[in-house]
Design a protein. Structure first.
Length: 199
């Protein structure tokens, strides 16, 4: 077995009443070298190797049994097929599902828009410009509100009177739209022709 040698030297001062001297003592220490594989490690490797070999043998035996069983089943099936006459399969045509024709739902009728003609006389050019300004303000308010935008409500303004057309689901929504349009600057009156249709 290889050994490592270490020199351990000590210095000691010895004082006597008459003199003082320094004593150096050295000692060689031999320790066993720790390189290589320990006996415990060899034992673990042997156990692991035996376990692997055992698993391989068991796997091989299991495959042998499976092959024998498959060969026996194949032989039995061939023997049965040889004894039975061939079977004839007659396929019937599949039944067609009934055809259902649905009539399209009747379109929701919306009342025709009411066209209000401006009163005779007066300055129609000035009223038309004012109506265009009010019309664009009402349209902007309807398009800027995300709730109203999805409903498709239309408005037309003649002489400051806003006529509202469209379809909503509730009376409350119809009244809310009318209140919002009345708040627009330049709207003098509102003709609310919005239809309420619950789904």
């Amino acid at each position: 077995m290889p050994y490592d040698e270490e020199d351990a030297s000590r210095r000691r001062v010895v004082e006597t009443p008459t003199e003082r001297r320094e004593v150096i003592s050295s000692q060689a220490v031999r320790t066993r070298e720790r390189s290589g594989v320990s006996a415990g490690m060899v034992g673990v490797l042997v156990v692991v190797a035996i376990a692997l070999i055992t698993m391989l043998v068991l796997f091989w035996l299991n495959n042998q049994q499976t092959r024998d069983e498959n060969a026996n089943l194949a032989a039995q099936q061939q023997a049965q097929q040889a004894q039975q006459p061939p079977t004839t399969v007659i396929q019937q045509p599949a039944q067609q599902p009934p055809v259902v024709i649905q009539q399209p739902a009747a379109p929701a009728t919306q009342p025709p828009p009411v066209i209000v003609t401006p009163p005779a006389g007066g300055s129609t050019a000035a009223n038309a410009n004012d109506d265009l300004v009010v019309q664009s303000a009402v349209d902007k308010m309807l398009m800027d509100d995300p709730t109203y935008k999805t409903l498709g409500i239309t408005a037309s303004v003649v002489s400051g009177k806003a006529t509202l057309l469209g379809i909503v689901k509730t009376e409350a929504m119809k009244a809310q739209i009318e209140r919002s349009v009345r708040k627009v600057k330049g709207v003098k009156d509102v003709d609310n022709q919005i239809t309420v249709m619950a789904e």
